[in-house]
Design a protein. Sequence first.
Length: 492
Amino acid sequence: MDHSRVPVLEALEDFRRRGDIAYGPPGHKQGRGVDPRVADVVGLDVFRSDVLSLNGLDDRRQSQGVLSRAQELMADAVRAEHAFFSTCGSSLSVKTAMLAVAGPGEKLLLSRNAHKSVIAAVIVNGVEPIWVHPKFDAGRHLAHPPEPDDVRRRLREHPDAKGMLLITPTDWGSCADIRGVARVCHEFGVPVIVDEAWGAHLPFHPELPAWGMDAEADLTVTSVHKMGGAVEQSSVFHLQYDRVSPEVLAQREDLLGTTSASSLVYATLDGWRRQMAEQGYELLDAALRRAERVRAAVAELPGLRPMGREIVEEGFAADLDPLKIVIDVRKLGLSGMQAVEWLREHRHVDLGGSDSCRVSASITHADDDETEEVLLDALRALVEHADSVERRPPVRLPEPSVLELEQAMLPRQAFFAPVEHVPAERAAGRIAAETISPYPPGVPVVAPGEVVTDAVVDYLRSGAEHGVLIPDAADASVRTLRVVAREAIPRG
């Protein structure tokens, strides 16, 4: 296929060249009505390119197939059979993918280190989650993806499960054995969905970890805005084989997705695909060499411990995305959250993630010598000034097994049940009616339907006192918890 072509961008260019005046949405009429104070900040061209997909970029009656041609090019570029663009981010795409495989009341295997959007999907879709617990790395206090044997064991226990959702790479760059998990699922005749939100770049360089379509996954969801070059909320479904019907996937997406899809998202997805098809190897090769330099330089800084391929050699993960620079900062006497706050306030550097132990920075094709040096200078300054950062009460990290909570009710049932708000010190033994996710990375410690324990409450309370953000809890301070009312708990 001709990857120099960009159907959406070409249609947008034609629209702007024609000078059409639209008498329908959007109401700003390609920027004519925008407040100049807004245009000064975001730029007038944003509004000039904000066009309806139908009767704007594409004619409803005489369709030129603008979007379908762009999606065909994307599928070809990444070696998939089908690709579908989504403008609602991978949080919605994952919900759609899950619903295309398992309906209300049906079982679906899920990695328990999933993002909160997966828990939300379980609640909205009404599927019964069969949790596959991640491989915990106690020394780093880090969850890595589950292994094929973990998936096989759960499928034997639940042969009526409709499929598996696997999260890889994780927020911290550790990768699953996708091919191994896919082959286990296929032995049982079910599909594997890969939530590869952090992996849109993986198809375009051989030194990067294997990506879903190359590793026998049936359905892969990517967030191109995370490691690619499209705007926020850009997401793509990639599909192959016949275990998930393209028609069913399209219908489920239509059920959940917006009817006002953003041409800005479509255009930037289209343009990023062209860039990667034409220049991806060279751009990512430069990023890989840059990441090597950054990781090596960080390793020389006292108190900082960058994570590397030792996690693979130690058997914790199948692979590692080298473009994720994950740095343990505990030897500085700081938490990752404190380090991030200091870097933002004192060096105007915003890192991509943090938790009680570490920070992470993503290196992409967009980085250059300047951004490389800014990052390293900021980290050197952090080391130099770490002693001046005010100490906070430590986060009391539990043993990994403590985080494997009992599932006493289905998440949907617990979420919509009558509830009580109880003091944290009286929450142990109660069934959670809310999702509680320290953010970032946004992986729930407690999901609806799980039984709360004293150890988990202690972990969450110490985190809140330290300054961890817990934005989805009814009480962000975790002084109280939202639990299922006793009279609503099923008997027996």
